[in-house]
Design a protein around this ligand. Structure first.
Ligand code: FAD
Length: 630
């Protein structure tokens, strides 16, 4: 492992070097180290490990699903969110289980501390604080990195997760300056070097609202929004005992005066005066965007969210802006409850380099430089959860490569992570990509509640899941199975002692012999109600297992149908296409299809089918061609 070297080369040779200690980098480094690779996490500043650049919140619709999947594979995000969450909610709780999602408002400092503690206690992982300025590439393989002070680290693989820092340019009104995010330097040397590599680079932008001192806010005129009870839990390993004190959020609104102030400042807006060229997140627009795009609305909701338990700063979620500071002050003070508000940090927008993710394999290794993996915001995504998910996949694949093993990434029908990576590597993105449940075609299977059932066994095989998690998972699976068996074997009939209690719960009284599983299938009976009947109970204590029994029973028909559909799709999903191929040589393909296939060079038939404009007929011709080639 160690090698003796000159002054400027670090003595230890690493299996994996991860550059950047954000959300992608920490999951990447932890995953590689859990799999036994000697790993170095090289980051600008150890104090900012796990720093949330924007809103201190984890989860939400689609994003909560990713957090649970990261957890199912042994990652850190869910446990850190449980330890830092100060207001938890289950979004869409009145809707079906597929779209229910957990969200936690987090204490920023507690979150950072939880991530740092996890990193510092991870065997095989070393931390080092320095900016990485260069990659060492020999022929077409990365072999190490060089830091700002000229120190060289050598490694078999490198995972790059440098977020919004590459060529970062911060804008507040017509003023702009270089930065990676507020308070941090940009990574300009690295950006310059990466632009020399054969990867396509473009610019995106994102923004953040001004932060406000809670001591100057009148909460009494706002609507209080407490967390849910019982408090939701993120990690499959959690029991809620590590949640800190819970506090409420508040809701207020912009008004017509706010909108007039915004409109009056647009001539000094970097977005509307054409200074910012990068495309921003469509689903997380700035307040000036919302006022222009939804001109008929005279009010927008603002969630007033605490930044932590030991700070007075609040995050007004919904007024992200890059308007000049004087306009920010005026617009904030026009909002109900904010009349005397003091801004502690101005809102701003940031433009940064990102790489076209179509230049990546499904493993997140770059197609043109062996051993170099990209994860997080640099792949065109936005969000901590999207970054963490990619980091985990990149880190585990770097470790697999070191072990000389085949790469692995979940398929679209296995995980939102699979949807994310497949969307990025197949279709690319023109705007910051965020996850939604609507992006998945097999929503009913990709639920938050079953992320462990979908992924933990695979995680164990890969070496990502430790003994404690594995034992807990197995115990849960056994509990589910034996309870399902018990319900199937519990027979009830019209004269049964439990009949009266059952008939009180159901719309149609039981008129023939039924088992408890059949009863649970009825929409009006919950598992909790069913096992509360003395003759049927007592049921499971394990809440996670009980939830599975209920969902798997109630949705059995739909779930089976989705599995059948997946089996049909899979027949061609993984059929490989040649690595470089001129599709003009296939008879019958239209010019548009040829151009798209030649441009994307998809790895598999499944990926080809998901490129927009590629018709089922074109796929049939491809399959005929492949068959002929034998
Ligand atoms: P980051 O969290 O940015 O981490 C990058 C890490 O790399 C940092 O630790 C940095 O110090 C380190 N680093 C960078 N360059 C080097 C180098 N050369 N050498 C060593 N270390 C380096 N997300 C949303 O979902 N919604 C939003 O509204 C939203 N708004 C945002 C607004 C702003 C202003 C910013 C900056 C981000 C916003 N985000 C938002 C995005 C969210 O913060 C990111 O998606 C997420 O943090 C990306 O994680 P990451 O790990 O890819 O990068």
């Amino acid at each position: 492992m160690s090698s003796s070297t000159g002054n400027n080369t670090y003595h230890q040779h690493f299996d994996v070097i991860v550059i950047g200690g954000g959300h992608a980098g920490t999951e990447a480094a932890l995953a590689a180290a859990r799999m036994g690779s000697s790993t170095l996490l090289l980051t600008h500043n150890i104090e900012t490990l796990g720093q949330m650049s924007c809103n201190p919140a984890i989860g939400g619709i689609g994003k909560g699903h990713l957090v649970k999947e990261i957890d199912a594979l042994g990652g850190a995000m869910a446990i850190a969110a449980d330890r830092a969450g100060i207001q938890f909610r289950t979004l869409n709780s009145s809707k079906g289980p597929a779209v229910r999602a957990t969200r936690a408002q987090a204490d920023r400092q507690l979150y950072r501390a939880a991530i740092r503690e996890t990193l510092e206690n991870q065997p095989n992982l070393s931390l080092f604080q320095q900016a990485c300025d260069d990659l060492i590439v020999e022929q077409d393989r990365v072999v190490g990195v060089v830091t700002q002070m000229g120190l060289k680290f050598s490694a078999k693989t490198v995972v790059l997760t440098v977020g919004t820092f590459l060529g970062g340019q911060i804008h507040i009104g017509l003023e702009n300056y270089q930065g990676g995010r507020a308070g941090d330097p940009p990574a300009n040397n690295l950006a310059k070097r990466l632009r020399e590599l054969p990867v396509r680079v473009d610019r995106l932008k994102t923004g953040t609202p001004p932060r406000v001192d809670a001591k100057t806010i009148d909460f009494s005129v706002m609507q209080e929004q407490p967390g849910d009870q019982p408090t939701p839990i993120f990690s499959f390993m959690g029991d809620g005992s590590d949640h800190p004190r819970q506090v409420p959020c508040y809701i207020t609104h912009t008004n017509e005066r706010t909108h007039d102030i915004i409109k009056s400042g647009l001539d000094r807006s970097p977005m509307y005066s054409g200074i910012i060229e990068g495309v921003g997140p469509r689903y997380c627009p700035s307040i000036e965007d919302k006022v222009i795009r939804f001109a008929d609305k005279n009010s927008h909701q603002i969630f007033v969210e605490p930044e932590g338990l030991t700070t007075h700063e609040v995050y007004p979620n919904g007024i992200s802006t890059s308007l000049p500071f004087d306009v920010q002050v005026e617009l904030v003070r026009s909002i109900k409850g904010f009349e005397n508000a003091h801004i502690t940090r101005p809102g701003y927008a940031i433009e940064y380099d990102f790489f076209d993710p179509r230049d990546l394999k499904q493993s997140l290794e770059t197609k043109y430089i062996h051993g170099l993996f990209f994860a997080g915001q640099i792949n065109g995504t936005t969000g901590y959860e999207e970054a963490g998910a990619q980091g985990l996949v990149a880190g585990l694949n770097a470790a697999l490569q070191v072990q000389g093993k085949d790469s692995w990434a979940p398929r679209r029908d296995q995980a939102y992570m699979g949807v994310l990576i497949d969307d990025l590597s197949t279709l690319g993105t023109k705007e910051p990509y965020r996850m939604f449940t609507s992006r998945a075609e097999y929503r009913l299977l990709l639920r938050e509640d079953n992320a462990d059932i979908r992924l933990t066994e695979q995680g164990r095989k890969l070496g990502l899941v430790d003994d404690a998690r594995w034992a807990r998972f197995q115990a849960k699976m056994e509990a589910i199975e034996s309870e399902q068996k018990r319900l199937r074997g519990t027979w009830l009939y019209p004269n049964h002692a439990a009949a009266d209690a059952i008939n009180k719960l159901v719309k149609k009284p039981i008129s023939r012999e039924v088992n408890a599983e059949e009863l649970l299938r009825r929409p009006e009976i919950t598992y909790k109600d069913l096992v509360a009947i003395e003759e049927i109970g007592p049921g499971l204590d394990d809440a996670q297992a009980a939830e599975q029994v209920e969902i798997q029973t109630k949705y059995a028909g739909y779930i089976t149908r989705q599995h059948d559909e997946i089996a049909r799709q899979l027949r061609h999903e993984n059929t490989l296409l040649p690595a470089t191929f001129d599709y003009a040589s296939i008879n019958g393909l239209s010019n548009e299809v040829i151009a798209k296939l030649n441009q994307h060079q998809p790895e598999t038939v499944g990926k080809a089918a998901r490129i927009s404009g590629i018709t089922p007929a074109a796929i049939s011709m491809l399959l005929v061609h492949l068959k002929k080639q034998g």
